[in-house]
Design a protein around this ligand. Structure first.
Ligand SMILES: CC(C)(COP(=O)(O)OP(=O)(O)OC[C@H]1O[C@@H](n2cnc3c(N)ncnc32)[C@H](O)[C@@H]1OP(=O)(O)O)[C@@H](O)C(=O)NCCC(=O)NCCS
Length: 189
C-alpha cells in the first residue's frame, strides 16, 4: 500500500558492504516528527548534501510528510527523500533532497522511495518532477538519468540558482532538472 511499503530485497548483486542490509526487508513510509532527528543525522552523513536545521526537518516530517519518505532497514533510517508540490503546480513534484546512507547504497532505495511518494493519492495529478543539481554531483546526475529512464520521460536541465547572483559565491550553481512529462510511475521498480 502506498505510504507504508515493505519491500523484500531481490537477489540482485549489491556492493559487499550492503549484503547484510540486503537480507533484511526495507520499509518505506511517510515520515513523522519522531523521525526528524534521525533524518537530520542521515543528511549529515551524506555529503555533499547541505544540512538544514533540525527544525526545518521537523517541518518536512510534519507539514510535508505526504511528499517525503523515509526508508528503514532493521528499524534504522537509511534513506530519505524530501520534496513538495510547488504552490499552484499540483502536476509537479519537486524533489529537494535525496540521501541514502553509504551502508545502503546500490539497493535502488532512491527509486523505491520516489515510487512510494508518486503512488500516493496526493500526487495523482503529478506528470513531471523537478530537482536541482550542481554540475559536480556525479551520483546525483547518474541517479536522475536512471529515474528518467525508469519513468520513460525526457530529462532536461537549465541554469537556475547562480553561484554569484543567488548563492553569495559560497555554493556552486544549481541547475534545474526537469523529468517529464510522464503518465504514471511504472508498477515495476
Ligand atoms: C545519490 C544517492 C542518493 C544515490 O543512492 P544509491 O543507493 O547510491 O543509488 P543506486 O545505487 O540506487 O543507483 C541509482 C542510479 O544512480 C547511479 N549512481 C549512483 N552513484 C553514482 C555515482 N557515484 N556516479 C554515477 N552514477 C551513480 C547508479 O549507477 C544508478 O543508475 P541506474 O539507475 O542507471 O542503474 C546517494 O549516492 C547519496 O545519498 N549521495 C549523497 C547525497 C546526494 O548527493 N544526494 C543527491 C543530491 S539531492
Amino acid at each position: 500500500m502506498p505510504g507504508d511499503t515493505i519491500t523484500q530485497n531481490t537477489a540482485e548483486p549489491v556492493p559487499e558492504r550492503s549484503k547484510a542490509a540486503a537480507l533484511a526487508p526495507i520499509r518505506i513510509a511517510p515520515p513523522g516528527a519522531e523521525d526528524a532527528a534521525e533524518v537530520h543525522a542521515l543528511i549529515a552523513a551524506c555529503p555533499p548534501l547541505d544540512t538544514n536545521s533540525l527544525y526545518a526537518n521537523l517541518i518536512q516530517c510534519t507539514h510535508f510528510a505526504r511528499t517525503c519518505a523515509v526508508a528503514r532497514i532493521n528499524g534504522r533510517v537509511v534513506g530519505w527523500i524530501s520534496g513538495h508540490l510547488p504552490p499552484g503546480r499540483d502536476d509537479t513534484f519537486f524533489l529537494w533532497q535525496v540521501a541514502v546512507h553509504p551502508d545502503a547504497r546500490g539497493l535502488g532505495l532512491a527509486k523505491l522511495m520516489l515510487a512510494d511518494i508518486l503512488a500516493r493519492p496526493e500526487q495523482a495529478k503529478v506528470r513531471q518532477m523537478e530537482t536541482s543539481i550542481t554540475r559536480e554531483n556525479d551520483a546525483s546526475w547518474g541517479l536522475f538519468r536512471g529515474l528518467a529512464r525508469w519513468l520513460g520521460a525526457p530529462l532536461r536541465d537549465a541554469p537556475w540558482f547562480d553561484r554569484d547572483r543567488h548563492l553569495a559565491g559560497r555554493h556552486p550553481s544549481e541547475f534545474l532538472v526537469t523529468i517529464g512529462p510522464f503518465r504514471a510511475p511504472p508498477g515495476n521498480v
